[in-house]
Every structure is written in C-alpha cells, then in structure tokens.
Ligand binder design. Structure first.
Ligand SMILES: Cc1cc2nc3c(=O)[nH]c(=O)nc-3n(C[C@H](O)[C@H](O)[C@H](O)COP(=O)(O)OP(=O)(O)OC[C@H]3O[C@@H](n4cnc5c(N)ncnc54)[C@H](O)[C@@H]3O)c2cc1C
Length: 475
C-alpha cells in the first residue's frame, strides 16, 4: 500500500512527488516510457516557476543550466519590452530546454526519496473508500490511498475516470524537430524571415553544434498524432512553404504538435486527482504549459500531503481545483487570443497593431506580462487586503531573503512587530519575527506555496484564520 501513486513522470509528476516527499509522504511515480524523451518541447521557464524553484532552494541548479533572457515579446510575439520594476526578484525568462528541466526535477525528486519506476504504463484503476487499485499494462496491480494523473494531454487516468475534456479539437498541426541543414546559415535566415511575413508558425533557428530547431506547418492533422513525422514529410512541408528543404538531414528527433485547447471538467474524482497537461492542453503560444503544470503541482502537493498526514482541514484538498482550474481556464483564453493575433489575415493584423499600441500604456503591458508570467495570480480567498490570495515576492528581511525560509515547505508567519503567536500550530507553521523594508503590512501568514493566507496584526483574527489552512490547534 503506497500513500500516493503519481501516474506520469513528466515535469508535473516529478514536481508533485518532490513536494509530497518534502512533507514526509512516501510516493511512487510510474512512467510508461522506459527512458525520458529527447523531444524538446518547452524552451523556458517564466517568472513564477523560477520563484517556485527558488522557494525550494532549487534555483541555483537551474541557473547553472539555463540562460537568462529579457522578459519581453512573449505575448503573441509582439516585440515590447517588459515594464520596469516588475513585482519580482527574478524579472527574466530562464531559457532551458525541457529535457534539462525534466532531468533536474527528476534528479531532485529521486534525491529526496521519490521512487520512480519506468516502463510502467497505467491502464486501469478502481477506487473504493480506502484507496485506489492501479493496474499496469503487464497485469501488475498496485494499491495506494491516492492516485494523481500527471500523464499528459492524452491522460489515461482522466479517461478512466470518465472526466470530460471539453474544448476545441486540433484544427492545425506543426512538425517540429532538431536536425542539420546543408544550406548556408545566411540563406536559411533570409528564407525564414521571408516566409515568416506570411506564416508565423514557420521557423528554423540555429541551436548550436551545427543543429537547427525547425518548425513547419503540417499538411493536415494526422490521424495518429502520437506517431512522429518522417524526415521526408518534414522536408516536403519545408519545400511547400519555403521552396527549399535546406538540405535537411540527420534529425536528432522529430515530433508533431497541434492546437487543441481543452480543460478537464473536474480535477478530482474521489481519491484520484489530475494535474498538468492531464487537466489542460493548449497550443504553446506564450510558453505556459509546463509552467502551469509545475504550479499545479506546487498548489496540490502540500494539500494532498496534509490529507495523507491527517491534519487537512475540511475543504483544503478541494481548494486545489477551486484555485487552479480558473487559472488554467485563463491561460487557455490567453492562448486562444494569441492564436488569433498570429493570423496574418487583415482583421487580426489590425487588432494586433491596436494591441501593440495599447501595450505602450504601461498598465496594459504590465497586466499582460503579469498574466503570462503568472505573478498576477490571485486566488479567491474572499474579501480583504490586496495581498490576500497572491504570492509574495522574495522580499528581503534582516536575516536574509524570505524565500530561504520557505525551503521546508511549511507555513510561515512573518511578524514585523513580534506580538503574534502560532502556538498550537507550531508543528505546521514557522513563526519569524523580523522586519522588511519591502513589506508594508504588520504581519503576513504564508501557505507552504508562498500564497498569502492572512494579513493583519490581531492575534484573535489570526487564530480564526489558521485552521482554514493548517487544521485544528494542538493544545
Ligand atoms: C512544441 C511545444 C512547445 C512547448 N513550449 C513550451 C514552453 O516554452 N513553455 C512551457 O511552459 N510549456 C511549453 N510546452 C508545453 C509543455 O511541454 C507541457 O505542458 C508539459 O510537458 C506538461 O508536463 P506534464 O508533466 O503535465 O505532461 P508530460 O510532459 O506530457 O508528461 C506526461 C508523462 O506521463 C507519461 N505517461 C503518459 N501516459 C501514461 C500512462 N498511462 N502511465 C504512465 N505514464 C504515462 C509520459 O510518458 C510522460 O512522461 C510546449 C509544448 C509543445 C508541444
């Protein structure tokens, strides 16, 4: 009997597993593939994901393997720099190929004691009041108290649950791969620039070591989208769009992706939950899918762990869907809007020009960048102070940085006047008496995911809020 089984060892699954281990929960991750994929989907991490890594002490490892880029031009590719003084200590994009992100997250997970079994495909599940029976393709049956489906956009877990996945099917598809090109770099660059004036979904850019990342619209939506394209299929599409295939050869990998946009109707059915692409899919415009999955995991981990560890207050686990599903719905809408704006038809082009003008207004630009980077998210925790429900940026305290105090994944009361107490919750919540020039409130209570659960200076008021997130007082 495992406490939690996670189906899917992609970024969402291993991040979730690490968060569970941080809270002492034994967890087993099952992935159907014998080896990690070489396909490079995501190319970078946005601000909130960078902050999440910082909150767990993982950021240095990622900075070593990535490159920091200025934060502009990410909304529909409209080339506007980010506004100054964003509300974060990390105002940049961290360029890092997904296989590296996946590897670093997996190394961390196994380092903290997550058991990852590869070549294990989940094909069946049945649940009762006590737990879930998980069936693998080889007939093995495993038992756990909870199961989380982090098994990607074609999620078997979601299908087995019968959870609806409404939205739009793929209407277009693109072929993607890394390969060598025989044509000289200047010729490739000139042709790509020309084709992109009429087809924004076309590209061939050098990625070092003589390789190019090539993306080209497909002839149509493939019947079997799990099958990678052939080199010949990709070269044919290059000839169709560019009049040349650049002498493409020696592909390292080939893949295809579409523009399906769908959101799971529910994130939880009994003892089974969904996270990451298993719960939402959308085209990669704006580069948000992996980020969204990591942040799902960060929201769910401590809540599910509280359930396993027996102190979760009523409704805590359901706050996962309540908080994260609207965020995903918003990202889906943002990609739908961007998809319209990348059309070269005259109408969308006019809207794009208008929007580009509007982005010269700092507030508009800030609003869009806070959406894309996910630092603008405010969970609906009811009426109250402007910080309530938001994540707090990494402010400086006398003793050091705030995020350094969140590595353990516990609640945290930052108390500037030193008049408050968390007695009765001290096993779940740390209490730090310290001051920050960047914090304009007397005290703030942070959840393990760094979101603000309470603001104030009144002990009675604090005590009435602590049980909502941290369960009953232990006397
Ligand atoms: C071209 C492209 C570019 C992208 N660029 C970006 C970007 O720049 N930024 C960004 O944030 N996102 C980007 N994305 C999206 C990002 O790649 C995904 O959102 C992300 O991989 C989702 O992570 P996940 O862990 O939820 O799912 P996945 O990465 O799909 O992982 C799911 C895992 O589950 C396993 N699995 C599947 N079925 C089973 C089963 N039955 N049993 C056991 N295991 C199973 C799979 O083997 C896989 O390892 C891009 C996507 C594409 C296609």
């Amino acid at each position: 009997m495992f406490d939690v089984i996670v189906a899917g060892g992609g970024p969402t699954g291993v991040m979730l597993a690490s968060e569970l281990r941080l809270q002492g929960v034994p967890v087993l991750v099952l992935d159907k593939e014998p080896e990690p994929t070489k396909v490079v989907r995501s190319l970078g991490l946005h601000v909130r994901s960078i902050e999440v890594l910082d909150q767990r002490g993982l950021l240095d490892r990622f900075l070593e393997h990535g490159q920091q880029y200025p934060l502009g031009g990410y909304f529909a590719g409209i080339p506007k720099p980010a506004p100054e003084r964003l509300d974060t200590a990390h105002p940049y994009i961290l360029g890092i190929p997904q296989p590296v992100t996946d590897r670093l997250l997996t190394e961390h997970a196994t380092g903290v004691g997550v058991e990852l079994r590869r070549g294990c495909e989940v094909v069946g599940l049945a649940q009762d009041d006590q737990g879930v029976t998980v069936e693998l393709a080889d007939g093995t049956r495993l038992r756990s108290r909870w199961l989380v489906g982090c098994d990607g956009g074609r999620s078997t877990v979601r299908k087995l649950l019968g959870v609806g996945f409404p939205g739009e099917p793929a209407r277009a598809e693109w072929l993607l791969g890394e390969m060598e090109l025989a044509a000289p770099p200047e010729e490739v660059a000139a042709v790509v620039a020309e084709v992109r004036t009429t087809h924004r979904g076309f590209g061939a850019g050098p990625i070092g070591e003589g390789l190019y990342r090539v993306v080209v619209p497909a002839a149509g939506v493939a019947a079997d989208r799990t099958a990678p394209p052939t080199l010949e299929e990709l070269k044919q599409q290059l000839r169709t769009f560019a009049g040349t295939d650049f002498g493409a050869h020696s592909p390292r990998w080939l893949s295809r992706f579409g523009d399906a946009t769908r959101l799971a109707e529910r994130y939880r059915v009994g003892r089974v939950l969904l996270a990451g692409d298993a719960a939402h899919v959308h085209p990669p415009l704006g580069g948000q899918g992996l980020n969204l999955g990591l942040q799902d995991a960060f929201n769910l981990g401590w809540k599910l762990a509280a359930e396993v560890n027996g102190w979760a207050p009523a409704g805590l686990l359901d706050s996962y869907q309540r908080e994260r599903r609207p965020v995903a719905a918003d990202v889906l809408d943002l990609t739908r809007a961007q998809a319209e704006l990348t059309s070269v038809a005259p109408g969308p082009q006019a809207v794009r020009r208008l929007l580009a003008e509007l982005m010269d207004f700092e507030e508009v630009n800030r609003y869009l960048i806070e959406k894309i980077t996910a630092i603008g998210i405010r969970y609906d925790l009811g009426d109250g102070h402007a910080l309530l429900g938001r994540r707090l940026r990494d402010v400086g305290l006398k003793r050091g940085r705030l995020y350094g105090l969140l590595h353990g994944g516990r609640g945290l009361l930052v108390d500037q006047a030193g008049r408050l107490s968390v007695a009765g919750w001290a096993d779940r919540v740390d209490h730090v008496v310290d001051v920050s020039e960047e914090l304009e409130v007397p005290a703030v209570l942070l959840r393990p995911d760094g979101h603000v659960a309470w603001v104030g200076d009144d002990q009675t008021d604090l005590q009435s809020h602590l049980p909502t997130w941290f369960g009953t007082r232990i006397t």
